[in-house]
Ligand binder design. Structure first.
Ligand code: ACO
Length: 470
């Protein structure tokens, strides 16, 4: 660590963040070497406070360290507000409960991306361009049969979203509002066509074309379940449940996949490439992949005949290395409001479709046992959005491998909105975190023939050379 300010090219630059209001307060940081740093306090529109450390290294030589970004605000954003302590979620200021009750997914996506509820005219116009852009190019379709039969649909989705860009060369550079709207509509519409096509390919059925006369969710269900010789007509309850699912997944501020999209966008990658990166980041079981993992957990409990209490005991016994999937969240320290809405929707859907799914009973019991258990109470672990969502998707006839794909269809809206914030910001810079290096200090090169392999520690310095490197 240097004692004096280091030679940093950013030193004379203006503060990195474009702070849209006056800085009224500062914090003073005193460092062990006696330096002090005067740090601006940034306050968000809901009163959240942050210490802006953008110039800390330039003025003191210190960086901040926050492995896993537990306490780091990576950006300022106008899109989504979450209060994890109170269980509040709002898109563009509107409470999620209100949006879930009153919106279609397409309207919610327009709200998330453009910041305002669409007028009837804007809604119809956007529906039209969604319909116009719903079909995949004919010469794109053979790609689906090139994947092996058991390819995971998330793998196919990310590859195909990225490949879409090769069919839209003008979409590489978005330089007008109209072009942004067209590329956004293409992604929102085609991601659903790709998802259904990957499902059809995986079960060896012909890919179904989208229909111009169907609305967004019905069109998706048609492409998933119709056959060339038999139309699938979804029930109103099924359409409503999927619409709700997509709305609740449309955005969730700076989670793992959205941060990835922003990271990729910050290098000025195109919208297709940025969204494809988001799909990859969503896939993991600690993030969007948890919805598939929850159903697998419920199946395991059912098939093994284990009681829910026995399963919870295994979770608490950390040596087993298993988690209660669909529980816990980095931001929520209370009930995830999306889980609350989905729990009720799950009850309603199963009742209206006259389905009895034993997994729902297991999920309810797991929740009851966990919420009374000190382990979960002390750590403030509650059901998250993924805990009940898989039961809904199962009732709609969607297989577990497709769950995270359906999540991605909803989240594309949020990824596009976040990409737009980066793209539209005059002050946007490449995302480039720093690190604290903990590897070896500079050392002497070992010639190839002089290296010895140590199976436990990797390469070691041979005895005769040790004095040279000491
Ligand atoms: N089951 C058992 N213990 C848990 C769980 C869980 N589901 N979640 C957290 N914990 C424990 C941790 O082991 C840790 O215990 P410790 O303090 O004794 O070490 C404590 O609770 C705090 O958890 P962290 O891992 O520090 O929480 P973090 O914010 O890093 O992780 C995450 C959040 C990844 C969601 C975590 O809760 C988890 O793995 N949950 C299960 C997977 C899941 O449902 N993911 C979906 C999240 S929603 C979404 O991304 C769409």
């Amino acid at each position: 660590m240097t004692d004096t300010p280091i030679d940093d090219t950013t030193m004379n630059e203006p503060p990195v963040n474009e702070i849209p209001f006056d800085i009224l307060q500062h914090a003073t940081l005193t460092l062990p070497d006696g330096q002090t740093a005067d740090l601006p306090i940034v306050v968000g529109s809901e009163g959240e406070k942050a210490v802006d450390i953008a110039r800390l290294r330039a003025t003191t030589g210190y960086i901040t360290l926050d492995d896993g970004y537990t306490n780091t605000g990576s950006c300022m954003s106008d899109i989504t507000f979450i209060d994890g302590e109170k269980g509040i979620l709002r898109y563009r200021g509107y409470p999620i409960q209100e949006i879930a009750k009153r919106c279609s997914f397409v309207e919610a996506a327009q709200l998330v991306i453009w910041g305002e509820l669409p007028t009837p005219e804007q809604r119809h116009h956007f529906s039209d361009i969604l319909a116009e852009n719903s079909a995949l190019p004919e010469d794109f379709l053979p790609h689906f049969s090139a994947f092996p039969p058991h390819a995971h649909p998330m793998s196919i989705l990310s590859a195909m979203v990225n490949a879409l860009q090769t069919y839209d060369l003008p979409g590489m550079t978005i330089d007008s509002d109209e072009e942004f709207e067209r590329v956004s509509a293409t992604l929102i519409s085609k991601v659903r066509t790709i998802a259904a096509a990957s499902f059809k390919s995986s079960i060896g059925e012909p890919i179904m074309y989208p229909r111009y006369d169907l609305r967004y969710v019905e069109n998706f269900l048609h492409m998933m379940f119709s056959r060339p010789y038999r139309d699938y007509v979804p029930s109103a309850e099924a359409t409503r449940a999927l619409n709700l699912f997509l709305i609740l997944h449309a955005d969730h501020e700076q989670n793992c996949s959205t941060s990835t999209v922003r990271m990729v966008a910050s290098g000025q990658a195109n919208l297709y490439a940025s969204v494809a990166a988001g799909v990859c980041a969503l896939w993991g079981p600690l993030h969007g992949g948890a919805n598939q993992a929850v159903i697998e957990m419920l199946d395991l409990i059912q098939e093994s005949g284990m009681s829910t209490r026995e399963y919870i005991t295994k979770v608490k016994d950390r040596t087993a290395g298993i988690k209660l999937m669909g529980f816990g969240h980095r931001v929520y320290r209370s009930y995830d409001p999306r889980a609350q809405i989905l729990k009720q929707a799950c009850d309603d859907l199963l009742e209206s479709l006259h389905i009895t799914d034993p997994r729902l009973a297991i999920a309810r019991e797991l929740e009851e046992v966990a919420l009374e258990d000190d382990y979960f109470v002390q750590r403030k672990l509650y059901p998250n959005v993924d805990f009940y969502s898989g039961t809904i998707l199962t009732a709609l006839g969607i297989p577990p491998e497709m769950f995270t794909v359906i999540f991605a269809i909803g989240r594309v809206a949020g990824w596009i909105a976040n990409w737009k914030e980066i793209h539209d910001s005059a002050n946007s810079r490449i995302y480039r975190p720093r690190q604290i290096y903990t590897g070896p200090n500079e050392r002497e090169w070992i010639n190839r023939f002089q290296r010895e392999r140590n199976t436990t520690q990797g390469f070691i310095v041979p005895e005769e050379l040790r004095s040279h490197t000491a």
